[in-house]
Design a protein around this ligand. Structure first.
Ligand code: PDD
Length: 288
């Protein structure tokens, strides 16, 4: 079936050449995006995604092109037209089409487009055995809290990881601190048994999955601290995992080729993976 995309008021076959050459998203990466999953036709944590979208838009000086309610309807209509119930929805809003100039005339309308594809989670085996990550220097800019389409460092890092047979690249700053993954948030259960992830701020993207998993951890009484950890602490951790909309809670059992803990997904990770699967109404992937 041909996939259908939405672009500025029209539903089009996805291969239709439709974005203008002078779109500021193309020329300046002047745009923001969201990746939202649908399970059983329901958009998971939609309000949290729309909250983050509005924040990214404000920080990137892009007007919201329509109301939240209309956006939600458009997302649902895209799912319907693509006959998908378990899906990944990609939504991008950029500053719009104008003669190339760093300064954008105020009258320019933003561009909005939406694409949908089937949800392809990591393999069952990866949830059961854990995945490998490599570490790379964090070479990104100082506003990683904005979900900007300017993703060149992330693309290069993730591609390097893939070339080396790893699932993700964890990014390490000049002080040896693990900030986050190229497309996911990074977590450890440290040597003292405390669940840790980098605090919110300009160095990381505030993941929607991250915010849910923090709540689940609190609800389970797991000792948790939004406190950054170093690569050395990660190497000495009992457990590690990553979170993202499209990976859920994914155990990390090797960092730079060295096993974490006993080299298998640990109890805190498995418990949070189960709780998150229940939160999204999903039964198979994260279940043992
Ligand atoms: N990536 N950090 C970065 C740099 C990310 O790109 C993402 C998400 C996350 C996790 O955020 P969330 O839990 O809201 O998905 C953290 C998406 C999935 C992507 O770019 O494809």
């Amino acid at each position: 079936m041909t996939r259908i995309a939405y672009l500025d008021g029209r539903f089009l076959p996805i291969a239709t050449p439709a974005v203008a050459v002078e779109d500021r998203g193309l020329q300046f990466a002047h745009g923001v995006y969201e990746v939202i999953k649908a399970i059983g036709g329901r958009l998971v944590d939609l309000e949290r995604h729309l909250d983050r979208l509005e924040r990214s838009l404000a920080e990137a000086a892009i007007p919201m092109p329509t109301s939240r309610a209309v956006l939600a309807l458009l997302l649902e209509e895209c799912l319907r037209r693509n006959r998908l119930r378990d899906a990944v929805v990609y939504l991008q809003i950029d500053r719009g089409v104008a003669e190339r100039n760093h300064v954008c005339p105020e009258s320019v309308e933003p561009t909005l487009f939406i694409t949908v594809r089937p949800l392809r989670l990591p393999a069952q085996e990866e949830y059961e055995q854990g995945v490998a990550v490599i570490t790379l220097p964090d070479e990104r800019w100082a506003r990683c809290d904005i979900k900007s389409v300017s993703l060149l460092p992330n693309v290069l890092a993730r591609s390097r990881a893939a070339a080396l047979g790893a699932r993700e690249a964890w990014l390490v700053d000049a002080g040896g601190v693990v900030t986050e993954g190229s497309a996911s948030n990074a977590w450890i259960v440290d040597a003292a048994g405390v669940l840790r992830t980098h605090p919110l701020g300009p160095r990381i993207l505030g993941g929607v999955t991250r915010s849910v998993v923090l709540e689940l951890a609190h609800a389970q009484g797991i000792p948790v601290a939004e406190r950054a950890f170093t690569l050395a602490e990660a190497a000495a951790a009992r457990e590690a995992f990553l979170t993202s909309t499209t990976s859920l809670v994914l155990p990390v059992t090797r960092i730079d080729g060295r096993p974490i803990g006993d080299g298998r997904p640990g109890p805190v990770t498995r418990s949070l993976a189960r709780a998150y699967a229940a939160h999204i109404g999903f039964k198979s992937a994260a279940e043992e």
